[in-house]
Design a protein around this ligand. Structure first.
Ligand SMILES: Cc1cc2nc3c(=O)[nH]c(=O)nc-3n(C[C@H](O)[C@H](O)[C@H](O)COP(=O)(O)OP(=O)(O)OC[C@H]3O[C@@H](n4cnc5c(N)ncnc54)[C@H](O)[C@@H]3O)c2cc1C
Length: 507
């Protein structure tokens, strides 16, 4: 009997979700041919990946537990697992609460992923599905119209009928000129072990002011850091604070129906400014007419005051922009697909940072810690960051600000978050695929792909059986930083893969 090999490169949340969905569907509806599933992970742990591999309990999920189920549509599955394992959770994480709106330690979620992987490996075995978990890094690949041959770091090769790149949330190579500077930390993950090498009383500069930078500050504080911390970014915007309960927001203007109607009536493509206009109309329905929208721009405003204001509105469930942004959870992908590649880029440049601080806000526990640090003067946040260099003679990093001032720091952490541009993703496999024209960079980040099937566009081999999930498709999919969304995409992708194996078609 013919055998089909499906290779999944990357054993983090997305690789695991792909594996679980394939097993589940193959058990429910076996194919005529024998299927072999191979999951490759370069690190020793299969399951948690980079995102949930941290052992630091202060690292919290930035999504409520009720959205973290690893099975499509079953968003409460993680909460159900917590309830089933409540004795273990109470013993090991006494501070953890079990409910849909809890923000739990990321390592607890890593344990959940490992357990699901184990359970589905056993299920596969009981149904005679061949499964192999290889602790290997795929470093290169050749792609033809009907095969992907992965080259592994050990020198071995793996021939796959279908390959899925679940390579994850890679570290960015966005300051290559600093790579050889001593005291430069190019990524705060996994788990900040390296950061423990920073003397506790030393002043430290961090590049970035988003959730990654907040996480890094928490890591340093958990390590007992007492020195001054300064966060630098171009805009200096801090994420807002998450409202710790559900606050529905009824949109009347920013709806798919209105957007489609606009495109039909005006016979033109959707533009970012259309979205902003609809957003504004919905916000003004609640806030009343506003004659100066520029006043809402938070750049250059005092962070302590902003944070205190954010506490008040978050706890009262009255943060209008945030509620509106969060209410687009299930709208943003269909709308994103309607934007042309140029408009996607325009959205990210013009609106992106303001969207991010509302849509991707920080858990309230972290916000308390950040406010306390600001109040005692141990933390400063600076916008207008333009350039950073290592000054050999002074043994200091020089941080240039837009107003012409230059600040100095003996230690520097790149906390700008994971790479968006595929060229800056520090993963040899991706760089080799790019070099050989097996991937096509998307101007909004990641690579070109079919956004429904997740099949990658391979310029040199248009029928190639190569798929991708997660951050690699950020320009096509937009919301790849959420488990529930990735899982929904994986559900579609695995349907497509199994149908193509069953009926032999490719799309
Ligand atoms: C720190 C952090 C926290 C997050 N918190 C949340 C959250 O609370 N809620 C939420 O919904 N989303 C969160 N996300 C978003 C997250 O990106 C996705 O939700 C999803 O979990 C990412 O899973 P992944 O498997 O794609 O990535 P990763 O976790 O990065 O896993 C990818 C894995 O692939 C392996 N790998 C990469 N290349 C190769 C190769 N060539 N060969 C073999 N193995 C390889 C890596 O070693 C890694 O283990 C977070 C992301 C990060 C980075």
């Amino acid at each position: 009997m013919k055998q089909a090999t499906i290779a999944i490169v990357g054993g983090g949340a997305n690789g695991v979700a792909t594996f679980l969905h394939l097993v589940l569907k193959l058990v429910a509806e076996p194919l005529e041919q024998q299927v072999k599933l191979v999951l490759l992970e370069k690190n020793s742990d299969f399951g948690p990946g980079l995102a949930y591999g941290t052992q630091q309990r202060g690292h919290l999920l930035n999504t409520p537990a009720g959205l973290m189920g690893i099975f499509a549509e079953e968003r409460m599955h993680f909460v159900e697992w917590l309830q089933e394992n409540s004795t273990m959770v109470k013993e090991q994480f006494p501070e953890a609460e079990i409910h849909a709106y809890a923000y739990l330690p990321r390592c607890l979620y890593g344990t959940y992923l490992k357990e699901q992987l184990d359970a589905y490996r056993q299920l596969a075995r009981r149904h005679n599905l061949e499964v192999a978990l290889l602790k290997e890094e795929a470093t290169d690949a050749t792609v033809t119209d009907d095969k992907v041959t992965l080259v592994l770091k050990s020198g071995a090769r793996l021939e796959a009928d279908i390959a899925i790149l679940a390579t994850g949330t890679p570290k960015p190579n966005n300051f290559p000129h600093l790579n050889h500077s001593p005291h430069y930390f190019d990524f705060p993950w996994p788990s900040g072990k390296l950061l423990q090498n920073i003397p506790k009383e030393a002043p430290v500069a961090l590049l970035g002011t988003s959730l990654t930078a907040i996480d890094t500050v928490i890591t340093l504080m958990d390590n007992g850091h007492t020195g001054h911390l300064t966060l630098y970014s171009r805009h200096g915007l801090l994420p807002r604070i998450q409202t710790p309960f559900d606050v529905p927001f009824e949109r009347k203007h920013l709806t798919l129906e209105n957007i489609r109607k606009l495109m039909r009536e005006e016979k033109r493509e959707l533009r970012t400014k259309d979205l902003f206009r609809l957003f504004r109309q919905d916000a003004e329905r609640v806030m009343g007419p506003q004659n100066n929208w520029k006043a809402f721009n938070r750049t250059d405003k005092p962070h302590q005051e902003l944070l205190q204001h954010d506490f008040t509105v978050a706890l009262a469930g009255k943060s209008v922009f945030q509620k509106l942004a969060v209410s687009t959870r299930y709208l943003s992908f269909p709308v994103w697909k309607l934007l042309t590649a140029d408009e996607k880029v325009h959205f990210l440049k013009w609106f992106g940072p303001h969207w991010d601080i509302n849509r991707h806000s920080m858990p309230i526990t972290n916000a308390h810690k950040i406010l306390a640090l600001l109040q005692k003067g141990q933390l400063t946040i600076k916008g207008g960051s333009s350039e950073v260099n290592w000054e050999e003679g002074e043994e200091r990093f020089l941080l240039h600000l837009a107003d012409g001032t230059i600040e100095k720091s003996p230690f520097l952490i790149n906390a700008t978050g994971t790479a968006k541009d595929v060229e800056k993703m520090d993963i040899p496999l991706l760089q080799n695929l790019l070099r050989n024209k097996f991937l096509q960079p998307h101007p909004a980040g990641g690579v070109f792909a079919n956004p429904d099937s997740l099949r990658l566009y391979v310029p040199a081999q248009p029928k190639a059986p190569l798929y991708g999930v997660g951050q690699l498709l950020v320009g096509e999919l937009f919301d790849t930083n959420a488990v529930w969304f990735n899982v929904a995409c994986i559900d579609q992708m695995t349907n497509h893969i199994l149908r193509s194996l069953k009926y032999g078609y490719s799309a």
